[in-house]
Structure formats: structure tokens, C-alpha cells
Write a protein that binds this ligand. Structure first.
Ligand code: ADP
Length: 402
């Protein structure tokens, strides 16, 4: 069964076409800089790599180009789109309505739109992605796989905020957590690597990309996570502020004369590492500027490492220990210096990095010193495989039921 996985980011789109009979990737790619200058698609089929530079104004144009690439006679992998039997879509927010994946129908579409205001960077792009795929691939089942689902195991003492309880009852204001597919995938891989019984495992997973979050996974279940009601809470990110004194928000609104939606934009798109460094939201650019002596770029890196460290300490406390700290996503998998900065002075937890082993990018490796009580693992995430697996399960289940 061939399954297409679509993962719409704020300005990017990742895709994979998988043959789930063999769990093999037939083709994969990345569309970058959608809606900006210099947009491009990088399509890979095995060793073959095709880069298409094309103006892409929105995610609908990006999806069309992806489908054209998959069916292209020279570098495509299917003769026609009917060979693709299902599409799995990464959806950022499922509220507390969706604790697992679901077949997308009109009602589900409405619910996804409803929760869209809680994830303003991603959801409008995801909706465009689903609608475009449905139009271009009529009759194919589409499945939503939610970032929030893995965190539905958080206990009330962890997911509730210190607000009047009525606000939770009326509006479902609570912590939801995100990046669940990634945290689930890498924590399972970590447990395999450690060879420890699942029920006794205590793992801290650090998903560090443009958007970043940390999760405490105890006995295979998410028990605490750093993103909250929306992906804005927690760590300082590429463009998001992360945790703040809530009084700062009303103060900024007053001083800068901002409306609620303007301040939301300010905190989601203009803050974080971009706001501190004044250089870029991309950590590669920030690392380059810092190495040339840019004070604010170095400050952004220092603040990022500090806040990750801060959460690691809290989560080790929550679980009464930690067997492994896992680094994943763009920055976590690739930034040798950031991993070093985060793990520095965590020997009290038994976590120490071996600099030679840590000299690695994008590979699954235990980078800790021999004999470390707490392992430091680099595990490339594979949200696409997880999404494809869930898609197959849902589609098989629905066909059986009907
Ligand atoms: P998202 O999926 O949230 O868009 P990714 O997981 O793709 O993000 O991560 C993107 C981030 O990873 C960017 O800030 C990028 O700079 C950073 N990154 C990627 N490669 C490297 C690298 N070699 N060194 C440092 N940072 C990197």
C-alpha cells in the first residue's frame, strides 16, 4: 500500500511517499521558502536528487508541484496518482477532542479549522494542504495525525493552569502539548537503544527545530511537556517567545498599542531567537553571526541552551530521575555546539558528552561518555513513518468497519 505523508510547516512542506508493505521510502522531499523569494522543491528518489526552483506563493502551489514531481516520467515514482491509496496529514492541534488519529470528513475538517486559531503558524497551511490534496486526488482517504495526541496522557495536575477552573470547563483552556508524533517516535527508539523495560524507562526528549519542545516520557507515556495551550509556551524558539510572565503581554499591548491578534503575531512571529538576535530565526545564521562576534546572536544561543537546561532539570525532577536525554529535529540532530552547551554541567544528573562521539549530524548515536548514568542520544526523528503507520491503521480499520 502506497501512502503519501504531507507535513505542512509554516513556510515549508515535507513529504514522503512510502510503500507500507516494506516500510520503504519511495520518494521524499522538501519544499522551502513557500511564499518568500527563492522558493524551491528538493525531490529525492533514492540517490537521484532533483531541485526545482519555482515561485511558490502558497501551500496549494507547493502541493501541486509535489504531486507533479511524484508522477513525473523522469524522476517520479508512480505512473499516476491513483496508485496512492491514502494520504496522512500532520495536523498540529486536535484539542482534547482527538486523542488519536482520525479519517478526515467534513466534520473533522470543521474541528481542525476550529482549533486553527490555537496554532496560527501551521493550521491555515495544513488546511490548504488537505483541501488541495482532496481536490487533486478525489476518492482517496485522508487521515489527520495530531501533534497533540501523544500528550493526552498528562495528568490534570500537569495539564491545568492556575486559572479559575470554570475557564477549563467553559473553554477547555489547558496544556495540550505538541510535536507528539516526534516525541513518541524518538522516545520509543531511545527505549530500544537502552534495552530497558518500557515500564521502568524515564526519557527526556528534546525536539529542537524552528519550533521546539521538551517532553518527559515515563514508562512510554508523556507525563509533562513544554508547549501548552498553543505551541507558544515553553522554550525560546526560532520566532516564538516561549514562557513569559503573562503580565508582559498586556503591558506590550498597552505600550505598543497592539490588538489581541497583533500581540499574538508579535509573540509567535517576531520574538524568540529572531527577536533577541536581530539576525535570523535560522539557528545556522545565528551560529554563524555569533562566531563572528555578534553579541546578540551569542545571547540568543545562550538563552536557548539555558532554557533547555532549565526544563531538563525540571523534568528529571518530575520523573525522579532520567535514563536518557534525546536530541532530535533540525537543531537537535545537527548542532554539535548546541548539544554541548545544553549538556555542559549536567554531570550531577550523570549526563556527560563525549566530544568525539558528539561530532555527528543527523545520525542515531549514543554520544555520552562511557559509563554515564544518563545517556545522551541523538535520534533523527521520523514523523513521516509514524504518520504513515497511523494512516494505514485508520484506513484499514475504516474499510473493515464499512
Ligand atoms: P521545523 O520542522 O520546526 O521547521 P526543523 O526541525 O527542520 O524545524 O529545524 C530547523 C532548524 O534547525 C533551523 O533553525 C536550522 O537552522 C536548524 N539547523 C538545521 N541544520 C543545522 C545545523 N547544521 N546546525 C545548526 N542548526 C541547524
Amino acid at each position: 500500500m502506497k501512502v503519501l505523508v504531507i507535513n505542512c510547516g509554516s513556510s515549508s512542506l515535507k513529504y514522503q511517499l512510502l510503500d507500507m508493505t516494506y516500510k520503504s521510502v519511495l520518494a521524499q522531499g522538501l519544499v522551502e521558502r513557500i511564499g518568500m523569494s527563492g522558493s524551491q522543491l528538493t525531490h529525492k528518489r533514492g540517490e537521484l536528487k532533483k531541485v526545482i526552483l519555482q515561485k511558490l506563493s502558497n501551500h496549494a502551489e507547493a502541493i501541486s508541484l509535489v504531486l507533479e514531481s511524484l508522477t513525473n516520467p523522469k524522476y517520479g515514482v508512480v505512473g499516476n496518482l491513483q496508485e496512492i491509496k491514502a494520504v496522512g496529514h500532520r495536523v498540529v492541534h486536535g484539542g482534547d477532542k482527538y486523542a488519536s488519529s482520525v479519517l478526515i470528513d467534513d466534520i473533522v475538517m470543521q474541528e481542525i479549522k476550529k482549533y486553527g486559531e490555537l496554532a496560527p503558524l501551521h493550521t491555515p497551511k495544513t488546511i490548504t494542504g488537505i483541501e488541495t490534496c482532496k481536490k487533486l486526488m478525489p476518492g482517496v482517504p485522508h487521515v489527520a495525525v495530531f501533534d497533540t495526541a501523544f500528550h493526552q496522557t498528562l495528568p490534570p495536575k500537569a495539564f491545568l493552569y492556575g486559572l479559575p477552573y470554570e475557564l477549563y470547563e467553559k473553554y477547555k483552556i489547558r496544556k495540550y502539548g505538541f510535536h507528539g508524533t516526534s516525541h513518541k517516535y524518538v522516545s520509543m527508539k531511545a527505549i530500544e537503544m537502552l534495552g530497558k523495560p518500557l515500564s521502568e524507562s524515564k526519557i527526556i526528549t528534546c525536539h529542537l527545530g524552528n519550533g521546539s519542545s521538551i517532553t518527559a516520557v515515563k514508562g512510554g507515556k508523556s507525563v509533562e511537556t513544554s508547549m501548552g495551550f498553543t505551541p507558544l509556551e515553553g522554550l525560546l524558539m526560532g520566532t516564538r517567545s516561549g514562557h513569559l510572565d503573562p503580565a508582559v503581554v498586556t503591558y506590550i499591548m498597552d505600550k505598543e498599542k497592539l490588538s489581541a491578534s497583533q500581540v499574538n503575531d508579535y509573540l509567535n512571529k517576531k520574538s524568540g531567537a529572531l527577536g533577541i538576535s536581530g539576525v535570523s530565526s535560522d539557528f545556522r545564521d545565528i551560529e554563524a553571526a555569533a562566531s563572528q562576534g555578534n553579541y546578540r546572536a551569542q545571547l540568543a544561543l545562550d538563552m536557548f541552551a539555558y532554557v533547555v537546561k532549565h526544563y531538563i532539570g525540571a523534568y528529571a525532577n518530575v520523573m525522579n530521575g532520567v535514563d536518557a536525554i534525546v536530541f532530535t529535529a533540525g537543531l537537535g540532530e545537527n548542532s554539535i555546539t548546541m548539544r554541548e552547551a545544553i549538556i555542559r554541567d549536567l554531570d550531577y544528573l550523570g549526563a556527560e558528552i563525549d566530544p568525539v562521539r558528539n561530532n555527528v549530524r543527523g545520525k542515531q548515536v549514543d554520544v555520552s561518555k562511557d559509563g554515564s548514568a544518563c545517556h545522551v542520544l541523538v535520534i533523527p526523528t521520523n514523523e513521516e513513518l509514524m504518520i504513515a503507520q497511523e494512516t494505514v491503521e485508520i484506513v484499514s480499520c475504516c474499510f473493515k468497519a464499512s
